[in-house]
Design a protein. Structure first.
Length: 188
């Protein structure tokens, strides 16, 4: 009996060291050597300041910026996740109708004008950094008017930032809102 307990304790110590120390250190070293930027969070740095991560959505509220998807977690990463509101939820319907009304008002649209769905519904993570190309194109007129830029120049900028599906077939085409807004700020 004592021999069995001793063997179990040794196995616990050995596997704790292997899976709790050796493996994480090995993976961290490999990631830092092979994928340094990604391993450190795909941070976007402007000068000496970190302005965000290309993997996490941020809230942009001014009319002079492209807006991200709504967030169920107020764009915070700690409690990130979906709202768990189902299609029959009254709260979800209220949220969507409020988002719809705000978008139509900000873009001076009629009450029956269509709006891209990803600007109405939060993503599953609540911090999705991308919007659809349609959602970006939808916002061009508002941003162009706010910045006093030609619509054609802004449309060309949006097209520059349309990312194809990953590996050509995974997911949909998308636009990273933070990268687009940084490029927008860089326009002269």
């Amino acid at each position: 009996m004592f021999k069995l307990i001793l063997q179990s304790a040794r196995q616990l110590i050995v596997w704790t060291v292997i899976t709790g120390l050796v493996y994480p250190v090995l993976v961290t070293v490999i990631a830092q050597l092979a994928f340094r930027e990604r391993a450190n969070g795909s941070l976007i740095v402007k000068g000496d300041t970190i302005v965000g991560s290309e993997l996490l959505g941020q809230q942009f509220t001014g009319t002079n910026y492209f807006w991200s998807r709504p967030s169920a977690c107020s764009y915070t990463t700690l409690p990130s996740g979906a709202s768990n509101l189902g299609p029959t939820s009254g709260q979800l319907q209220t949220n969507v109708l409020n988002n719809l009304a705000a978008l139509r008002a900000a873009h001076n649209l009629s009450t029956n004008a269509p709006v891209p769905a990803d600007l109405l519904f939060a993503s599953g993570s609540g911090v999705d950094p991308h919007i659809s190309p349609e959602a970006a194109r939808f916002q061009i007129a508002r941003v162009a008017a706010s910045r006093n830029l030609p619509v054609a120049r802004l449309a060309a900028l949006v097209e520059e930032f349309v990312e194809p599906p990953q590996y050509g077939f995974l997911g949909e085409a998308r636009v990273n809102v933070l990268k687009l807004n940084l490029a927008l700020d860089a326009l002269k």
